[in-house]
Design a protein around this ligand. Sequence first.
Ligand code: CA
Length: 251
Amino acid sequence: MTESLSSDIRRFLERHHYTRVTPRAALIDMDGTLYDSMVNHTAAWHRMISEEGIPCTRDEFYLYEGRTGASTINLLFRRAFGRDATKEEIDRLYKRKTQYFVELPPVNVMPGAQRMVAELARMGITRVLVTGSGQSSLISRLDTDFPDMFPSDLRITSRDVTKGKPNPEPYIRAMQLARVSPSASIVIENAPLGCEAGDRAGAFTIGVTTGPIPAKELRDAGAAIVVDSMPALANMLPALILALMTTSIDG
Ligand code: CA
């Protein structure tokens, strides 16, 4: 185990007043983590919101990643019009964003993600999908792209939560589904709001930089460690899980 990994784990244990992390379930984000889909999501959001006459930049949508669709629309409506969107506006606009997403070229599985998930399964760690997305076109591909890896009764989507990330609710609900405590959970995330949600839920949160957001932002948001690519995480998972199980501080 490297010195820096050991000190990152100790810092996490102290911050959460845990003596040890014993990983039994991995709570895994979808967009930008399992699928290389953020380029398409940001394009679809930018097109739809621009058409509404709301000034916005393509890159700002990377920062909203993890929010529910309604929450992102409300944030932009408040900025542009000083009010929340109505229920009708949210339904209509999110449907159009979803349509624009579907019209774009199909997204690819994130390189390294299948190997990363297979490593978790090999080590006997339960996988739970946790996404703020209601993008059914991607959710329905999971069984094909990750066969037997994400049981259908262990999935949290936008339909299951009232508060999206950065609220810890999606990850707390995932822990309840998998019947694990926070200190028996790890979270795998690519976005600042997702890392914040994972850490606030009490899980050892692994940030993976798969897009333009720098590692420091993931760390500042609450990631216990940050890994610079999904293949790198797949490579280091066995050593990381062992390090977690063998690092403890006296309560
Ligand atoms: Ca994500």
